[in-house]
Write a protein that binds this ligand. Structure first.
Ligand code: XLS
Ligand code: CA
Ligand code: CA
Length: 444
């Protein structure tokens, strides 16, 4: 691995070196307070548990535009011409990854390379930029967590991509998925994501939902088959989101996607990538959607961000809420880790315009998850938390309760037992006891 502080001809983040771990006593905004890559928690290092990834789209392409105004951040890699910008951006990105000290990154086809309506030009652009990214991966040791195709920005996808009512658009979407899969394989990408941004509807009057969902499953199966044929061995992840940009999106939440995957026989190749802010948009907590995915054996990866408690939209803020990160890591640790990782699908606020804010935002997210990891690990291994949960269900461990759980008692048997046993004794749920225990460990 190179020791040079930057990759190309220019340093894009001058004055910022490798981000050190300095501990909670440090006031240095450009240092980790909790995330200490080599620190062991249980049997693994923090780096191995958390498998952090930086996303290409928000961090290097999103200058902070919103529906009311353009971007505010002046990226020094903007060269005024799309390919020159893409080439400068890849150097800036790898400089950023290296200085931050994350193992992974993620991209969409058209954040890495300029888009083009002409299929040949689009493919040429992506191949060129994937080759550049590959060189920089080899120079730095960085790895690709997942690749994906943007099937939602171009106007041709206004009525959906794989679920578009027009077959011409469905087949055009295949151009991008095929090329993005090829780029992912070329770059050794561990997984591949489908976020169905416009796979849904704006109006049910004009929509044959059943037909669209059948097409969606056909398209995903075709992508899987193509991926396997070119040597892709990772998981395909579906990323649920209930709405925005569409009124209704088919990958609504974990439960919906789990049902869809099973209904179409896709559950062996596909898992879920759960984004915190998407879970909250669907009316759940982040932890809820993680737990549902995990209970189905489908929790593969996480898009680490947070929403805003007062706003009902997808604000994609950096994760700093410790209750959220503890809750997430409880689910992750209980299932033995992630085949994917924690990708920061998050953007600094529009008002955060200094280049160092990109680092500060990621440092905060990494520290919040590192603390979540430590607290969740302690709760699971050194506190009575798991025993309390087990004790709550102890009546199913022996005797008649066990016979019921194993399917050996019918409804009449159950009713006869209740008649014999009389009114059940009251059993407190003890919610506050768990909440207090969590706080006690957070404060340690
Ligand atoms: C948008 C999604 C998107 C996916 C990848 O809301 O989060 O960024 O993660 O297409
Ligand atoms: Ca996401
Ligand atoms: Ca989001």
């Amino acid at each position: 691995m190179s020791t040079q502080p930057f990759i190309g001809a220019q340093e894009y983040f001058p004055g910022i070196g490798a981000i050190p771990y300095e501990g909670t006593g440090s006031d240095n905004p450009l240092a980790f307070k909790v995330y200490d890559a080599q620190k062991r928690v249980g049997g693994r290092t923090m780096r191995e548990h958390l498998r952090f990834a930086v996303c290409y789209w928000h961090t290097f392409c999103n200058a902070g535009h919103d529906p009311f105004g353009p971007g505010t951040r002046r990226f020094p890699w903007e060269k005024g011409e799309p390919m020159a910008t893409a080439e400068a951006r890849v150097d800036a990105a790898f400089e950023f990854f290296t200085k931050l000290g994350v193992p992974y990154y993620c991209f969409h086809d058209i954040d890495l390379a300029p888009d083009a309506d002409d299929v040949g030009q689009y493919e040429k652009n992506l191949r060129h930029m994937a080759a550049m990214a590959g060189e920089r991966q080899r120079a730095t040791g960085m790895k690709l967590l997942w690749g994906t195709a943007n099937l939602f920005s171009h106007p041709r996808y206004m009525n959906g991509a794989a679920t578009n009512p027009d077959f011409a658009v469905v087949s055009r979407a295949a151009v991008q998925v095929k090329a993005a899969l090829e780029a992912t394989v070329e770059l050794g990408g561990e997984h591949y994501v489908f976020w169905g941004g416009r796979e849904g509807y704006a109006c049910l009057h004009n929509t044959d939902m059943k037909r669209e969902l059948e097409h969606f499953a056909r398209f995903l199966a075709a992508a899987r088959d193509y991926g396997r044929s070119i040597g892709f061995e990772g998981k395909f992840f579906i990323e649920p989101k209930p709405m925005e940009p569409m009124k209704h999106q088919y990958d609504f939440d974990s439960a919906t996607v789990a049902g869809f995957l099973h209904a179409h026989g896709l559950q062996d190749d596909f898992m879920l990538n759960i984004e915190a802010n998407h879970a909250t948009l669907s009316g759940h907590t982040f932890e809820h959607d993680l737990q549902v995915a995990s209970d189905h054996g489908l929790l593969g990866s996480i898009d680490a961000n947070r929403g805003n408690a007062q706003n009902g939209w997808d604000t994609d803020q950096f994760p700093t809420e410790l209750y959220d990160t503890v809750g997430a890591m409880l689910v992750v640790l209980r299932q033995g880790g992630l085949v994917g990782g924690l990708n920061f699908d998050a953007k600094p606020r529009r008002e955060s315009t200094d280049m160092e804010d990109l680092f500060i935002a990621h440092i905060g997210g990494m520290d919040a998850f590192a603390r979540g990891l430590e607290v969740a690990h302690a709760l699971l291994t050194a506190s009575p938390w798991e025993q309390w949960r087990r004790d709550r269900y102890a009546s199913f461990d022996t005797g008649d309760g066990k016979a019921f759980a194993e399917g050996r008692l019918g409804l009449a048997d159950l009713a006869a037992l209740a008649t014999k046993n009389g009114e059940p004794a009251q059993a407190s749920g003890k919610q506050e006891r768990y909440e207090n225990l969590l706080n006690q460990y957070l404060l340690r």
